[in-house]
Design a binder for this molecule. Structure first.
Ligand SMILES: [Zn+2]
Ligand SMILES: [Zn+2]
Length: 247
């Protein structure tokens, strides 16, 4: 099984690579502008991988033909431009508006979905609001967001922050900072990303456990995280179960 990070390594990108490094290598011609690899398991889930000057990678799910562009923001947070069933949604607002506009290729998005209100995920939101004529969703319940044929399921997952939401679109999860490739989100922060008191940390940990148990029951194929590279269901279920067993 090839995963995203493996392919990046074949291009001699060190671990902890940033978008700028990708960009630099791409513009310097040290990596091919386009390449392809499989991400996920077997032939069920295959993706196309593309280096562009503005986006870390562009993935296409061959199961549901969903296109996902990953744009890395100033604070290493991922912003996703997701195109599916004729609708375009942006997940999180940590990437500069110019890069997001390039990824949109002059299209107007249909919605902006926020995973949580920590500054690294929302600090460009005012620019998005000024440039895009679409609703911004910060769900407070698990009610589906329906954009014509595109159905987005918010799953409330407090713990990393009180307002953390994981979005499910088809067989992909957009986890914000609840889950990462190899770990889970921090529970020692307040809603505004300051150091929490021991009492708040204890409460966050309790909420995180409930959220992990909720996510353990969700079926998906790929997870796209608020920072770092995407990962598979197999990897995440192992991760989730470990953190439930070792609270
Ligand atoms: Zn966060
Ligand atoms: Zn974050």
């Amino acid at each position: 099984m090839n995963r995203g990070i493996k392919v990046l390594q074949t291009f001699a990108l060190p671990l902890g690579h940033g978008a700028e490094q990708c960009e630099e290598l791409w513009t310097s011609g040290k990596v091919p502008a386009r390449g392809s690899f499989t991400l996920g398991h077997g032939t069920v889930f295959t993706n196309i991988y593309t280096f562009t000057s503005f986006c870390k990678y562009e993935l296409m799910c061959y199961t549901c033909y969903m296109k996902i562009q990953t744009i890395v923001g100033h604070f290493s947070s991922n912003t996703f431009v997701v195109e599916h069933l004729g609708r375009t949604v942006i997940i999180d607002a940590g990437a500069p508006i110019e890069k997001v506009k390039k990824a949109l290729n002059d299209k107007q998005p249909d919605a902006v979905l926020v995973t949580h209100s920590h500054f690294d995920h929302v600090h460009c939101l005012k620019d998005y609001r000024a440039n895009f004529r679409c609703p911004v969703f910060t769900p407070t319940d698990n009610k589906e967001i329906v954009l014509e044929k595109l159905v987005i399921k918010p799953i409330l997952c407090p713990g990393h922050s009180p307002d953390s939401v994981v979005y499910q679109i088809e067989d992909c999860l957009f986890t914000g900072d609840v889950l990462f490739e190899d770990t889970i989100g921090r529970t020692d922060l307040t809603a505004d990303a300051k150091r929490a008191t021991p009492q708040i940390i204890k409460e966050n940990e309790k909420l995180m456990q409930q959220s992990l148990k909720r996510l353990a029951g969700v079926k998906f194929k790929m997870a796209y995280h608020g920072h770092g590279d995407p990962s598979t269901y197999e990897k995440q279920i192992e991760n989730i179960k470990w953190f439930i067993a070792n609270p």
